[in-house]
Write a protein that binds this ligand. Structure first.
Ligand code: ATP
Length: 295
């Protein structure tokens, strides 16, 4: 299946700042692609290039296999703070865009349901919380049923309830239809809860890109507890696996083999297992490791 988005060595310079430096990303169809990086890493600039709001200095973009200039494709987006008419209701705000796009009125109820704003739709947008405003802006981006939805920092500045509601919404979106989601964020732990794929940007350069599970599992360890951890240590050591134990109470950490192989080895050598768990890397650990390597 052709990817929803492919960029090839995309670059953009603002005077002396190379904001986007030869970035090649691939976003598979129906992915929730977490586009991560610190403030100033170049996420917004990359997304603006993809949306045609900025012109690249070099590199190319393909949307669903096509040149973006030719792709007659609606992309829904929320870049930076949503511009809403505060004196209009949520429904009226959506109606403006609906008319511009020439869509039927029922489209408004469809998107209000998706973002869970039906009950607040007749209230003025000026009285909405920040989380509701973000959701209304996403509802507007969903008008016309876009195949690609680009959201720039949708959880930025939200309170814990707002962050949880946004997470629920992001997870629900791909279930609604054939939609691919690109979500930029500097909230690594939050993206870890929703993304299927991750691309990490650092100082304009792509550090790493992979399916989330692959990234967090790579180099991870297996935690083991047995009745006799000293014996377990000897066994895994003799089998050639790397292991470590911080202190007497900590579990034994074994690297270099999947949990089932370690369990089979220990049991075959007479060990009684009381605990076995795969310990994954967090996105935060991965980010800092990759950024340090790139420095
Ligand atoms: P943030 O989360 O803070 O928005 P970001 O990862 O989206 O960060 P960008 O906004 O893309 O980063 O900015 C990347 C770099 O380009 C920064 O150093 C920024 O100052 C610079 N930059 C962005 N837009 C412009 C502009 N219009 N003119 C000059 N410099 C710019």
């Amino acid at each position: 299946m052709v990817p929803a988005l492919e960029t090839d060595r995309l670059s953009k310079r603002f005077r002396e700042t190379l904001a986007v430096d030869a970035v090649s990303i691939t976003v598979p169809r129906r992915a929730i692609y977490g586009f991560l990086g610190a403030n100033g890493a170049g996420k917004t600039t990359t997304l603006k290039l993809v949306l045609g709001l900025l012109r690249p200095d070099a590199g190319s973009i393909r949307l669903f296999g096509n040149d973006p200039a030719q792709a007659r494709l609606r992309i829904g987006s929320l870049i930076e703070t949503p511009s809403l008419y505060d004196h209009l209701t949520g429904r009226e705000n959506l109606d403006l865009t609906r008319r511009l796009l020439g869509l039927p009125t029922r489209e408004i109820d469809r998107v209000l349901d998706i973002v869970d704003l039906r009950s607040a739709a007749r209230r003025r947008a000026g009285g909405y919380s920040l989380g509701m405003r973000q959701r209304l802006a996403i509802a507007r981006a969903l008008l016309g049923d876009p195949r690609l939805l680009i959201l720039d920092e949708p959880s930025n500045g939200l309170d814990p309830d707002g962050i949880r509601d946004m997470r629920t919404l992001l997870r629900r979106l791909p279930e609604i239809g054939d939609v691919t989601l690109i979500v930029s964020s500097h909230l690594l732990a939050e993206i870890e809860l929703v993304a299927s794929h991750v691309g990490m940007l650092h100082k304009g350069k792509l550090l790493v890109e992979a399916p989330l599970g692959e990234l967090t599992a790579a180099g991870g360890a297996v935690e083991v507890r047995t009745g006799d951890l000293a014996a377990a240590e000897r066994i895994v050591g003799e089998a050639g696996f790397a292991f470590e134990r911080v202190d007497g109470d900590a579990p034994l950490l074994v690297r270099g083999a999947p949990p089932e192989a370690i369990a089979a080895l220990l049991v075959s050598r007479g060990q009684s297992l009381s605990h076995l768990a795969a310990r994954r890397n967090s996105l935060e650990q991965i980010y800092h490791r990759q950024a340090a390597q790139a420095a």
